[in-house]
Design a binder for this molecule. Structure first.
Ligand SMILES: [Zn+2]
Length: 321
């Protein structure tokens, strides 16, 4: 019997990142997550994964997704750039740890989030800095890193954030090596994510948008996973070598920026479906990354449910093995 455990990426600098007083993407989000993980003792069960901090190394990885001028505009944010780069460094470290079998799956509790980031450059002097609070697309950078460094041919990205992951769609729209699946609201920022957007050129059929109605709950989102994602992967014969989750919890009930009603049990179920997929195709390799979630207490409870099912699944799988 061997246990390949779950990992956690967490760093003080992610808490300190601030877009200004009263901003919903607040340090309180991570404080609440840290508190619930500490109180439930699960934090002791997880392997600490330290973010890569080498700026040149991180920049090289970011350049596979973003332009040099975009990176320069982030650097011009001064001190604020530090956690932005380190968020990418955290996800890269998670890829290293999972692909070298140090851990089986990993949750990255990073700020700022990333799935809206394009190449537009942040606006550091205003209240709304970055795009949808994002600067670099942490997860897209991680996908390309896994492909480049670890020869992952196919990467699946699933995104259950309330908002459409327009930055991720943009990064891989013509690319059949990355399958992007998103459930979201169409009636809010960034007003994208229509179902007719299925990819272009060789990437056609590898981008799947499933908008959900206002008020959508567990039934709707789980149905989208089971009746849309799973058949679509089969249709394309898409067997991922790694699965990445854009884990946004603003789709949870009681969120301040969303109007879906997904429960913590619902997130547990989505996690299980994703882990089962990973067991089938890629030895359980899953990296989950925090995106949105703006009611700190609700966010923390959802993250705990999500992480617990990653941890338990990992443990059970390896006992069975
Ligand atoms: Zn969101």
């Amino acid at each position: 019997m061997y246990i390949v455990p779950s990992g956690l990426v967490f760093d003080e600098s992610y808490i300190n990142h601030s877009l200004g007083p009263g901003h919903p993407e607040s340090p309180e989000r991570l404080r609440a997550i840290r508190k619930i993980l500490n109180n439930n003792g699960i934090i002791k069960e997880l392997i600490d994964i330290n973010p890569i901090s080498d700026r040149d190394f991180i920049t090289e990885a970011i350049l596979r997704i973003h332009s040099g001028s975009h990176i320069k505009s982030v650097i011009e944010c001064g001190q604020m750039a530090e956690p932005i780069f380190l968020a990418v460094g955290g996800v890269l470290a998670a890829v290293d740890a999972v692909m070298t079998d140090k851990i089986n799956n990993c949750f990255c509790a990073v700020r700022p989030p990333g799935h809206h980031a394009h190449n537009h450059g942040p606006h550091c002097d205003g209240w709304f800095q970055g795009e949808g609070f994002c600067f670099f697309n942490n997860l897209a950078v991680a996908a390309r890193y896994a492909q480049t460094i670890y020869n992952c041919e196919r990467v699946l990205i699933v995104d259950w954030d309330f908002h459409h992951g327009n930055g991720t769609e943009w990064a891989f729209y013509d690319d059949p090596s990355v399958f992007f699946f998103s459930t979201h609201s169409l009636h809010t920022y960034p007003m994208t994510g229509f179902p007719n957007r299925t990819g272009e050129a060789k990437g056609r059929g590898y981008n799947l948008n499933v908008p959900l109605r206002p008020g959508a709950g567990d039934k709707e989102i789980i149905t989208a996973w089971q009746r849309q994602l799973l058949p679509a992967l089969e249709k394309q014969n898409f067997k991922p070598d790694l699965i990445l989750i854009s884990a946004g919890f603003d789709s949870r009930k009681d969120d301040y920026l969303g109007n879906f009603t997904i429960s913590d049990k619902g997130f547990t179920r989505l996690t299980e479906i994703t882990l089962q997929l990973a067991d089938t195709y890629c030895r359980g390799r899953v990296i989950s990354l925090l995106e949105g979630g703006y009611n700190p207490a609700g966010l923390a409870r959802a993250v705990y449910a999500h992480l617990k099912s990653m941890y338990i699944h990992c443990k059970v799988e390896n006992i069975v093995a």
